[in-house]
Design a protein around this ligand. Structure first.
Ligand code: DA2
Length: 280
């Protein structure tokens, strides 16, 4: 059984197992090599591994993130969403509200993300007669096996790295979005849909560029529960990964993360702004 080195959302979901595999396995020479090997070994289905859970969880996770962000901003600035264009919040408030949203979403995301990473790292083709079955038969079996083999805390493996990844980078995410909207919108007006799409897309890219080093560490810590590679903690994981594979290891999956981040976050922010206006 081989366990190579992933991330979730809908439009660009088909490339996502590539990201996890590149980050946690050393068997690929790059994205193209990873895609070719995945296709040869697992057919088209390999590109969709571990996606059902993230798709099911994305609505919950995004509601927590955007709900906590909006309400934190409300508490910090004492201005409602409608008043926010006339009295824009300071970037410090936007950053703090984003960090609070990121911190809380990380805890909701942790078990879903762990299951996604474990499933996406299974490189066995679909069960064939005579071949050993894959370790996890699907998301529910994966969750139950982790619970049995690693205990309830096992479901939160890598949650610390996930929290460290998401807390500051979601602050950066919302600051980038606000800054880009304000640059291209006259004072006091709402940004146009095109501005929201572009600002949301770049906010996604910026946050992923800053998040990728910890994303690699998080994915490796999550795979460590399988005992193929144990780490004494996050620092040990960082140091031994850098020693063995060089500093470039911290940027594995960056291209894929950024390519998917633009459309995913453009649409996410457009939906967010639309819902805020629709619900007044
Ligand atoms: C860890 N980072 C960088 C973020 N969570 N960034 C915000 C983007 C969230 C979006 N659901 C996505 O998956 O791109």
């Amino acid at each position: 059984m081989s366990w190579p080195g992933a991330m979730p959302s809908w439009p660009a979901c088909s490339v996502l197992p590539m990201q996890v595999r590149l980050q946690t396995q050393n068997t690929y020479r790059g994205i193209v090599d990873c895609m070719v090997k995945t296709y040869r070994h697992e057919s088209l289905l390999g590109f969709f591994k571990g996606m059902s859970f993230p798709i099911a969880s994305i609505a919950v996770v995004n509601s927590v993130l955007f709900g906590v962000y909006s309400n934190s901003l409300l508490v910090l600035t004492a201005t409602s969403h409608q008043e926010r264009r006339a009295q824009p919040p300071s970037y410090t408030h936007v950053f703090i509200a984003g960090c609070i949203g990121g911190f809380l979403q990380a805890y909701c995301l942790a078990p879903f993300d762990l299951i996604k990473v474990r499933l996406q790292n299974q490189t066995e083709p679909r069960a064939q007669p005579g071949s050993p079955p894959p370790r996890y038969r699907g998301p529910v079996h994966c969750a139950a096996s982790i619970f049995q083999e690693e205990g309830p805390r096992g479901l939160f493996r890598g949650a610390w790295a996930l929290t460290l990844r998401d807390t500051p980078t979601l602050g950066i995410y919302f600051v980038t979005y606000e800054w880009l909207c304000r640059q291209s919108t006259p004072d006091g007006q709402n940004p146009s849909s095109a501005t929201v799409l572009v600002a949301g897309g770049f906010a996604g890219i910026t946050s992923w560029v800053t998040a990728t080093p910890l994303d690699v560490i998080k994915s490796r810590m999550q795979m460590a529960g399988l005992k193929q590679r144990e780490y004494r903690g996050m620092l040990d994981c960082m140091v031994s990964s850098a020693r063995q594979e060089g500093l470039g290891v911290f940027f594995r999956g960056l291209t894929i993360n950024s390519a998917r981040a633009f459309p995913v976050n453009a649409v996410t922010f457009l939906s967010y702004e639309y819902l805020l206006h629709a619900w007044g």
